[in-house]
Design a protein around this ligand. Structure first.
Ligand code: URA
Length: 270
């Protein structure tokens, strides 16, 4: 037989076995597939090696109860926003203060604003500049505020005043330690309503567990700890989320328009 005929015979034999479902060729030395299978089963039944889980670094400060009590006492002693800012900077009850933040970041905006926007917590830009919402997300927020005609009518703060390391979400304990200062800011500014930017803010301020996508765009009632203040509060999507998912901007814009419409609605005579 010629070489070409040999080649054709081999090809046709391989095609025959391939049609018959054979997918592998045997090696020169035998392979004990049963032993391989048993080894795989043994490996599977071993407990998996421990995996390093990234957990938020939460350093131990005072326990939450004492931190909240300290914050309440410090906040109650403040009769204006300047002394409140100083009291926050001097406060040692929030564990975030000792986790790498450069400074306390309290607020910006009009001291008598009818709308208070409460975000989650400072990021890198805010930590560097000492003011909330001054990074990319803040620029977007400012553009939205301006477009809604609310420029100069907004006071902006966060649920925590120190940058969480790595921009992680603040823990409920960290938020609880800062909450009396947020509450005092509300009492001093006396806004007509609150807007809560992002799930971490909405959950903490309203003490609710629902996700932001179900809470946004709805009115809730915020009641101060001592029950002396009641305000309408609307959760909305966080501007940093809008930067990542621009298709959602429409919803946040709708929320801001709803808030603006209520702010500008003439008050009914009592
Ligand atoms: N994100 C927030 O929630 N607050 C800021 O101040 C900045 C970014």
């Amino acid at each position: 037989m010629s070489l070409a005929a040999d080649q054709r015979a081999v090809e046709s034999l391989l095609a025959f076995w391939a049609d018959a479902g054979a997918e592998a060729l045997y090696a020169d030395a035998p392979i004990d597939r049963l032993a391989e299978g048993a080894a795989m089963l043994r490996a599977k039944s071993q407990p998996p090696p421990p995996v390093a889980v990234a957990r938020p670094v939460v350093s131990r400060g005072p326990d939450v109860g004492s931190a909240v009590a300290m914050a309440k006492a410090a906040a109650a002693a403040c009769n204006d926003l300047e002394s409140l800012a100083a009291a926050i900077a001097a406060f040692d009850g929030c564990p975030l203060k000792t986790q790498g933040a450069k400074q306390a970041v309290f607020s910006r905006g009009a001291a008598d604003a009818p709308l208070m926007i409460i975000g989650e917590g400072p990021g890198a830009d805010e930590d560097a500049q000492g003011q909330p919402f001054v990074g990319r997300a803040g620029k977007l927020l400012d553009r939205m505020i301006k477009a809604a005609g609310l420029e100069g009518r907004v006071f902006i703060t966060n649920t925590v005043f120190w940058r969480p390391p790595g921009n992680r979400t603040p823990t409920p304990q960290e938020q609880a330690a800062c909450a009396p200062f947020v509450e005092r800011a509300i009492a001093l500014v006396k806004p007509k309503m609150l807007m809560l930017a992002g799930g971490a803010s909405a959950k903490s301020v309203l003490k609710r567990e629902e996700g932001i996508l179900s809470m946004r765009g709805r009115w809730f009632e915020w009641v101060s700890d001592d029950k002396s203040i009641e305000l309408p509060a609307m959760p909305t999507l966080h501007p940093a989320f809008l930067l990542r998912t621009p298709a959602q901007k429409k919803k946040a814009w709708q929320d801001l328009l709803t808030v603006t419409e209520r702010l500008d609605r003439p008050e009914r005579p009592h």
